[in-house]
Design a protein around this ligand. Structure first.
Ligand code: PMP
Length: 300
């Protein structure tokens, strides 16, 4: 796979109130985030639409970032609107239209296990294709479990949580699969390392209910689109047996968008992808992200 170039000599990032060249930006090797994984981030996509450049569901993403920070008891001097404005400026400065935006909040130097007092805010953006390609994924059931709420705040996008995601993806690829599907601590299906899971059965959709999952913004959007299509979405426990009965399945996420699953642990989906509900939803999703006036805060 081609390696993504996240920045070049001209790339500008936002760092603590300043616009700095990515190549010149410095981070201390003694940051608490680097050592212990405390910090939070987001992943947002911008799309060129007929009414201008839009950040897809920006409000939900910045709300989730602020919620993640609240979980960690970290304060930053920016609210949702300011973060939105900074991000639009960032895209303009880098001449980016269809891009992926990464706000990251990381901590000052502190080697203690008590919370560092000061947080740094960084926002960068780059061009990025769909994270898991165009789909037709062969998925394996992971030996790694998603933690439950009492172990880690699963709905917050915390830096340290992603070691587990990388381990699950690594295991899947080592076994010759495209991606992993993880269980929750009760042995039910939870989600992929960085994307939410849906399956189709008898004309209805099923997705794991809130508990061990990241409450994905794309998941929510897709559920709304399904509702508009009069398709029932069941948020419930998804057992492994349900995979045997699945007509189709797919993953959702900001970086992933909506991609098809071809097989899970060797069990092939019954429907050809173009005949599935997921395929219709993917079409709607692709159309809406590029055409809808879904965000008031835009650059024309
Ligand atoms: N699960 C995890 C662990 C994620 O990091 C993401 C990406 N934010 C998702 C699911 C999908 O969430 P969203 O649709 O909000 O991008």
């Amino acid at each position: 796979m081609k390696k993504t170039k996240y920045y070049n000599d001209k790339t500008v990032i936002f760092l603590d109130g300043n616009w700095v060249k990515a190549k010149d930006a410095n981070v201390s090797l003694f940051s608490q985030t680097l050592h212990y994984g405390i910090g939070a981030f987001e992943g947002i996509r911008s799309y060129q639409t007929p009414t201008g450049l839009c950040l897809f569901k920006a409000e939900n993403h910045f709300k989730r970032l602020l919620n993640s920070l609240e979980v960690l008891n970290i304060q930053i001097p920016y609210n949702e609107d300011e973060l939105n404005e900074i991000t639009l400026q960032l895209l303009q400065k880098n001449n980016l239209r269809n891009a992926y935006v990464r706000p990251l909040v990381f901590m000052e130097d502190d080697m203690r296990l008590t919370p560092a007092r000061k947080a740094h805010v960084m926002i960068a953006a780059w061009e990025w294709g769909q994270l898991l390609g165009k789909g037709e994924l062969n998925i394996t059931l992971s030996t790694f479990q998603r933690p439950e709420r009492k172990f880690l705040p699963v709905t917050a996008k915390l830096v340290g949580n992603y070691t587990q995601a990388i381990l699950a993806s690594q295991e899947a690829r080592a076994r010759g699969y495209d991606e992993a599907l993880m269980f929750d601590t009760f042995g039910n299906i939870s989600q992929a390392p960085g994307a939410n899971f849906f399956l189709e059965r008898d004309g209805e959709l099923f997705t794991p209910s809130v508990g061990s999952i990241m409450t994905g913004i794309t998941r929510k959007v897709v559920m709304e689109y399904a509702k508009e299509m009069n398709i029932k979405v069941n948020e419930q426990i998804i057992t492994v047996d349900m995979i045997h009965e699945a007509d189709s399945a797919f993953l959702t996420g900001t970086a992933t968008e909506l991609v098809s699953i071809k097989s899970i642990e060797g069990i092939k989906m019954k429907l050809a992808w173009p005949d599935s509900i997921g395929s219709q939803l993917a079409e709607i999703y692709q159309h809406r992200i590029r055409n809808d006036d879904y965000q008031s805060m835009t650059i024309v």
